[in-house]
Design a protein around this ligand. Structure first.
Ligand code: ADP
Length: 596
C-alpha cells in the first residue's frame, strides 16, 4: 500500500463536497452558529462572575450578593442548557440530512458508471465509501465543526480577556503554547500516518475475509481453513501492532499536552500568586485568570485532537468527491437519436477495434459484421478470443476505440443509453438473483408489469411449474435468507425476466456448465420461445446451438477468422474444425452437450 498524503487540495474536496449540499440548510446553520456563540459567550463570562463573587461579595462579607450571584449563575446556565439543546439539535439534524444526500448522490454517481469502472475496483471498497467515509464526514459535521468553532471562540475570547485583564500574566499563560504546538505537530503527524496504515491494512484483511467467505467452497475443498485463519491472524496482528504504536504516540501526545497545559497553569499560579502577595492583583482576578488559563489549555487540547479528525474526514471527503464528481466514461449523446418504430434489431459492426485500457492490447481488431433482423448468430472461439467483449459492445457497456457498432443503422453512441438498452435483452451465463421474492426478481425485467404478464412469461420460460411448487409461490423469498434455486431454475427466471422486456435484440451467454438433461431441455425450450423473431447474438457453447444458427462467426485473437454455417465451416475452417474436434470428443463422452 502506498503511503497516503494529505495535500491541501483535500480541503478543497471537503468544501466542494459540502458547500453545495449544506446550502439548503443555511438558515439552520446560521441559527446554530448564533446559538453556539451565545453559549460560548456565557462560558467565557463565567470566570468574570467568579471574580465578582470573590472580590466583591467575599471581601464585603455580603451574603445577599452571594445569593444573588449564585441564583444568577444558575439562571445563566439554565439558559445555556436551552441554547445548547437548540444548537445541538440543529447541527445533528442538518448533519443527518446532509449525509443522507451525500449517500444518495454517491450511489447515483456509482450506479451509472459503466462496467469498465467496476472492473478495476473492489466492491467492498466502494460500499465502504457509502458507509464509513460518509460516516466520518457526518462525525465532523455533527461534533467536529461545532467543536472547532466553540474551542476557537473560547481560545480567542479567553486570550483577549486575559490580555485585557493583565497583559503581563498572559505571557505566562502563553509560555506553554510553543512546546504544545511542537509536540502536537510531531506526534500528530505520526498518529495520522499510523492511522492511515491501520485503515489500509484493515481494509486488506477485511477484503480477504470477504473473498474467503464468497469462495468458501474452494477454501474448504482445498482444506485451507487453517491456512486462511493463519493468514487472517497475521493481518489482524499487523493491524494490532500498528494500533499499539499509535496508542504510544497518542498517549505521548496526551501526556505532553496535559503536562504543558498544567505547567502553564502552575506558571500562572506562581507568577499570579506573587502579584497577589505584592497586592498588585486581587485574588478574584487571579482565580478568573486561572479559569481562563484552563479554558485556553482545554481549547488547545481539543483543537489538537480535532485536527487529526478533520484530516481524516478531509481524506474521506476527497475520496467521495473523486467518485461523485467523476466525469462519466461513456458520454451521453447531446441530441440522442430515437430509433424509428418498430425497432428491427439490425446489428452492425463496422471496422470495430477495442481495448480495455490505453495500455492494454487490442482485444478486438477490425470486426466487420452485419446481423439482419431476426437472425441468429453464434459466436465461437476459444476462451479469451473476444466473444463476450464483442457482445458487450452492443448495449454499449464499453465504447469502441475505432469503428462503429450500429443498431438499426444508428451508431449506438448516438442513441440514449436508456433507449438503446430498452431494446436489448441479456441472459448471462450464470444469472444471479437479487435477495427478494421471485415476483420482484421477474418484475426487474419491466417495472410495473402486471401479475398476469409475469405469470405468462414464467409459463413460457417453464418457470411457473417450479415457482408454484414453493410454499409461497411467486412470493417465495430467494437469495439471501431465502430458498436457493438451482442453476437451471435461475436461468429460466432470467429468461422470463428478459421476455417481459420484449427486446428486439438478444444477447445470450450460454452456460458452459452442463445442466441435467431435463433442466437442459426446459431451458432450451424457454430460450427458443425467447429467441423467436428476435435478432440473437449467442456466445455458443453447445453443438445444438451452432447447428441451428443462421450464421457462425469464428473468433480468434480478437479477429473474425471465418464465418459461415456449421457444415461449411467444418469443411474449410481449421480453427473451427479444431474447436469442434476438441469439443466433439467430449460430447461423445457425454452425448448431451458440446462445449465449443
Ligand atoms: P471470451 O468471451 O471469448 O472468452 P473475452 O471477451 O471475455 O473472451 O476476453 C477477451 C480478452 O479480453 C481476454 O484476453 C481477456 O483477458 C480480456 N478481458 C476481458 N474482460 C476484461 C476486462 N474487464 N478488463 C481487461 N481485460 C479484459
Amino acid at each position: 500500500m502506498s503511503k497516503k498524503r494529505y495535500p491541501p487540495r483535500q480541503a478543497w474536496g471537503f468544501l466542494r463536497l459540502l458547500i453545495p449540499r449544506l446550502s439548503p440548510y443555511k438558515g439552520a446553520l446560521a441559527a446554530a452558529g448564533v446559538l453556539l456563540l451565545l453559549a460560548t459567550g456565557i462560558g467565557l463570562a463565567f470566570p468574570l462572575v467568579v471574580r465578582e463573587l470573590l472580590d466583591s461579595a467575599f471581601l464585603a462579607g455580603d451574603a445577599s450578593l452571594l445569593n444573588r450571584i449564585a441564583l444568577g449563575l444558575l439562571g445563566l446556565f439554565a439558559v445555556q442548557a436551552v441554547i445548547n439543546f437548540g444548537q445541538s439539535y440543529l447541527t445533528a439534524s442538518t448533519s443527518e440530512r446532509v449525509v443522507a444526500v451525500l449517500r444518495q448522490d454517491l450511489f447515483k454517481a456509482l450506479v451509472y458508471q459503466p462496467p469498465g469502472f467496476f472492473d478495476t475496483r473492489r466492491v467492498g471498497e466502494l460500499t465502504s465509501r457509502i458507509s464509513s467515509d460518509t460516516g466520518l464526514i457526518q462525525g465532523v459535521l455533527r461534533f467536529g465543526i461545532p467543536e472547532l468553532v466553540r474551542q476557537g471562540v473560547f481560545l480567542i475570547g479567553a486570550l483577549i480577556l486575559v490580555t485585557v485583564t493583565h497583559a503581563h500574566l498572559t505571557l505566562a499563560t502563553l509560555a506553554a503554547i510553543p512546546f504544545t504546538a511542537l509536540v502536537g505537530w510531531i506526534l500528530g503527524k505520526r498518529v495520522r500516518r499510523l492511522s492511515t496504515n491501520i485503515q489500509d491494512r484493515l481494509a486488506e484483511a477485511v477484503s480477504r475475509a470477504e473473498q474467503v467467505f464468497t469462495q468458501i467452497q474452494v477454501v474448504q475443498a482445498f482444506t485451507r481453513e487453517g491456512w486462511e485463519e493463519e493468514r487472517f491472524r497475521g493481518e489482524v496482528d499487523a493491524v494490532r501492532d500498528e494500533g499499539l504504536r499509535r496508542a504510544v504516540a497518542r498517549a505521548g501526545l496526551a501526556g505532553a499536552v496535559t503536562f504543558s497545559a498544567f505547567g502553564a497553569i502552575v506558571l500562572v499560579l506562581w507568577e499570579g500568586g506573587r502579584l497577589v502577595l505584592e497586592g498588585a492583583l486581587t485574588p478574584g482576578t487571579l482565580v478568573a485568570f486561572l479559569l481562563y488559563a484552563v479554558t485556553i489549555a482545554g481549547a488547545i487540547m481539543s483543537l489538537a485532537g480535532f485536527w487529526g479528525n478533520l484530516q481524516e474526514a478531509a481524506g474521506a471527503a476527497e475520496r467521495i468527491f473523486e467518485l461523485i464528481e467523476r466525469p462519466p466514461e461513456l458520454r451521453a449523446p447531446e441530441a440522442p437519436a430515437i430509433l424509428s418504430r418498430p425497432v428491427r434489431g439490425e446489428v452492425m459492426y463496422e471496422g470495430v477495434s477495442f481495448r480495455y485500457g490505453p495500455e492494454l492490447p487490442l482485444v478486438l481488431d477490425g470486426i466487420e459484421v452485419e446481423i439482419g433482423q431476426g437472425e441468429r448468430v453464434a459466436l465461437v472461439g476459444s476462451s479469451g478470443a473476444g466473444k463476450s467483449t464483442m457482445a458487450s459492445l452492443i448495449p454499449r457497456f464499453y465504447d469502441v476505440e475505432n469503428g462503429e457498432v450500429r443498431l438499426d443503422g444508428v451508431d449506438v453512441r448516438r442513441i440514449g443509453l436508456q433507449e438503446l438498452r430498452s431494446h436489448i435483452g441479456i441472459v448471462p451465463q450464470e444469472p444471479m438473483l437479487f435477495a427478494g421474492t421471485i415476483r420482484e426478481n421477474l418484475a426487474y425485467g419491466r417495472l410495473g408489469a402486471s401479475d398476469l404478464e409475469i405469470r405468462e412469461v414464467a409459463r413460457m420460460a417453464h418457470a411457473h411449474e417450479f415457482i408454484t411448487g414453493f410454499p409461497d409461490g411467486y412470493e417465495q423469498i430467494v437469495g439471501e435468507r431465502g430458498v436457493t434455486l438451482s442453476a437451471g431454475q435461475r436461468q429460466r427466471i432470467a429468461i422470463a425476466r428478459v421476455m417481459l422486456r420484449k427486446p428486439a435484440v438478444l444477447i445470450l451467454d450460454e452456460a458452459s456448465s452442463s445442466l441435467d438433461a431435463e433442466s437442459e431441455a426446459l431451458v432450451q425450450d424457454a430460450l427458443d420461445h425467447l429467441m423467436a423473431g428476435r435478432t440473437t447474438v449467442v456466445i455458443a457453447h453447445r453443438l445444438s446451438t451452432v447447428i441451428r444458427a443462421d450464421g457462425i462467426l469464428v473468433l480468434d485473437g480478437g479477429a473474425i477468422v471465418d464465418r459461415g454455417n456449421h457444415a461449411e465451416l467444418l469443411h474449410r475452417s481449421e480453427v473451427y474444425h479444431r474447436l469442434y474436434r476438441r469439443q466433439f470428443d467430449d460430447a461423445l463422452a457425454s452425448t448431451r452437450e458440446v462445449d465449443i
